[in-house]
Design a protein around this ligand. Sequence first.
Ligand code: ZN
Length: 427
Amino acid sequence: MYGTARRASVRFYRVLAFESSCDDACIALLEKSPSLRFPVVIDEVKHTLDSKEVGGVIPTKAHEHHQQHIPLLAREFFAKHSISAASPPGLICVTRGPGMVGSLSASLQYAKGLAEAWERPLIGVHHMVGHLLAAHLPQGTPQGTNDTTLSRRDKTNLSGTDDFDPPKFPFLSLLCSGGHTMLVLLRSLADHKVLINTVDIAAGDAIDKCARQLGLRGNMLGPELEKLAESIDSDTRKKFESINVHDGKNEYFFRLSQPFRSPKHAKVPENVQFAFAAYSSTLDKHLARAKILRPDHRLFLANKLQSGIFEHIVNRIQVACLKHDERGDNLLEGVSDFVCSGGVAANKVLRQKLQLAFPGFKFHFPPLALCTDNATMIGNAGIEVFEQWRRKSSPDILPIAKWPMNGFAASEGWEDVSDEEYERVTK
Ligand code: ZN
């Protein structure tokens, strides 16, 4: 166990991180010692653009939001953690892409200015790599809220890392949220292969749309749909499960076809993909025909849509595994860890389905606070770049709207960190 005495003997450097790729303005502070495997998360603040009324993120509004809130959040955050020119952090990390250029620019410019003024290395981080490496962070990271009052992590939370067993390379990562749905094979910090991506919208987006069409309201529509589907008693659930929706010859006249499963599709296609747009459009057409929705009909639809979306996810992963098995390319050889992150991955039904379908993998479910967009994951990925690659970003880097994951290491704008600079930061 790491006691206070042991902690006192470990030297830490502070890491300041910014994330503003979409609608969340986030700032985090971490501490890291090169002698310890994991960073300590000190604090994070978040302020999310309110887009409820317009029903989606408007890029110009997001740009304005970040221009206003990154400096305001920073002022308060710096005062709280005594961050100043006289006491600057050792490392500054910021999301460089992918994302909306206006949103990215706000914190990239801010971070660049601080890095130059304080003469500290700047690390421009790939947002998706940040998500994927979040599984390497010990559990129990602070949750951001719009009122910016956050629980401060006691630095003695190092004690919690003793039994923390993070996934080991190579591992599979299913990122499943409102913004992303992809299965990635991570072979190392710089070597990522996207095995499945979505051809249209993300799973979480489809779930939100279906929930809204079924009359659910609120900020967290996915958990609302899960609650509705869970409220079904076991007899009714059994009855629903026995009802086939392939052809619509059921008492609700509901027909749901799973994407890429009709006879015209190859059983094992060359490119395995996810597709989720059809779920809400099918529901849309069904509701237009049904006109009046009885309570049992609504429950039936909630049950069939949620399980349909999750079965599609599981099935595509099975097909991807089968494809690499059949090819004998040994792509998945040595993979024993499976990380499942993102808001949708918090759903118990999806977790059960995955664990049942892939009993050979050890599953990791990072906490939700680390799965939504956050600056902690950007700081964590930046630390890995700094300590393992010994690289930093040049001061002229630009935001990258579309940044392939494997382009992270190969993109322009990296500079070597000299031994002298590395020592200066970490000592
Ligand atoms: Zn994200």
